[in-house]
Design a protein around this ligand. Structure first.
Ligand code: CMP
Length: 144
């Protein structure tokens, strides 16, 4: 089933964007939208479900430490395929696995973990709307 998901390259892995795009293409996913942006207060909104967690402040500090690249990915089972590419949330756990996932290669630990992927179709819809609001125009005239 064709799905759309939100992939986000976190500040620690934006310098590896080329390698990450190659992993996306190798998995037969298509990049249908992309945006580089620096999150400020929005980071807290994006991660609002985690606001009571002990790691929340670290997470927001990390996510606002530099630009991120948000992408809409399209393809068969895009939600689960992209999460498989990412690997386990904690990069040190990811490095113990046989397959060389994105987080195993480019992440550091449980917070600095190189990338994010929507965990369900419902999250994907919400997170895509966050980065690519459907009310905003798509054309260059709206980007000033
Ligand atoms: P992400 O997939 O973006 O979703 C929530 C993020 O919170 C997660 O990746 C990590 O960056 C961070 N995170 C999740 N669990 C922990 C944890 N136990 N300790 C520190 N950071 C975490």
């Amino acid at each position: 089933k064709k799905e759309r998901t939100l992939a986000m390259i976190k500040p620690d892995a934006v310098c590896k964007l080329g390698d990450i795009l190659q992993m996306i293409y190798d998995a037969n996913l298509i990049v249908t939208k992309a945006k580089m942006t620096k999150l400020t207060r929005e980071a807290a909104d994006f991660y609002t479900e985690h606001q009571t967690k002990s790691f929340f402040n670290n997470l927001v500090q990390f996510m606002t430490s530099g630009p991120v690249v948000a992408m809409e990915l399209l393809g068969d089972e895009a939600v689960s395929v992209w999460r498989r590419i990412l690997g386990p949330t904690d990069s040190s756990t990811a490095r113990k696995e046989a397959s060389l996932s994105l987080r195993a290669q480019f992440g550091t630990d449980g917070t600095r973990n190189a990338g994010h992927g929507s965990d369900s179709l419902a999250s994907a819809a919400r997170e895509l709307e966050f980065f690519f609001p459907s009310t905003a125009g798509q054309g260059p005239a709206n980007t000033a």
